[in-house]
Design a protein around this ligand. Structure first.
Ligand SMILES: [Zn+2]
Ligand SMILES: [Zn+2]
Length: 175
């Protein structure tokens, strides 16, 4: 993902609009492999100050994710604003900045960083995802099960000894 910045180099101080896209390979985030469902696109503008570039705009990406609550796969979308500095040489004080060479500015290292830093480790298919029933495992977004409908029944299922205790209690009383 390299931008030809010849025009901006000639017209110092004037912002130049750009848009570009790239096909990302699978990316490792934490212990997960992230697979992108389409090209990653960037839109924004860059400006040459005389010795460095300011690049700003927004990145759009969509990728395949699995919901941490209901375990269903879904397509997650990302929109990430960015504003970064690109220079010809690395900073003196190990200041974080990207590099450009000649007339070309490679945006790929910035794109990689943006994605790795912003793709969450845990996903929700939607804010109010109802998840799975802890008793029968039904997906509560799609169906309702009788476990949640009848609270008392499910309490007894979780604690089978309560029924036994009641039984023993009765016997004791008879004696
Ligand atoms: Zn979900
Ligand atoms: Zn259930």
């Amino acid at each position: 993902m390299k931008l030809d910045v010849t025009l901006a180099l000639k017209s110092q101080g004037l912002p130049v609009a750009f848009s570009c896209q790239t096909t990302m390979p699978e990316l490792t985030v934490g212990s997960e492999q992230v697979r992108f469902s389409g090209p990653v696109t960037l839109q924004g503008e860059y400006l040459f100050t005389g010795d460095e570039f300011w690049v700003s705009g927004a990145l759009h990406a969509s990728y395949e994710a699995v919901c941490g609550r209901c375990l269903e796969p879904f397509s997650a979308k990302l929109e990430l604003p960015f504003r970064e500095e690109f220079a010809r040489t690395p900073g003196e004080e190990e200041k974080e900045r990207y590099l450009f060479e000649g007339d070309l500015m490679d945006l790929q290292p910035m794109v990689d960083d943006l994605l790795v830093l912003n793709i969450p480790l845990r996903h929700l298919c939607r804010e109010d995802c109802r998840g799975l029933c802890p008793v029968c495992g039904a997906n509560l977004n799609k169906t309702s099960c009788s476990c949640s409908a009848d609270e008392e029944d499910s309490a007894e299922l979780r604690n089978p000894f309560s029924a036994l205790k009641a039984l023993l209690h009765d016997e004791n009383e008879e004696v």
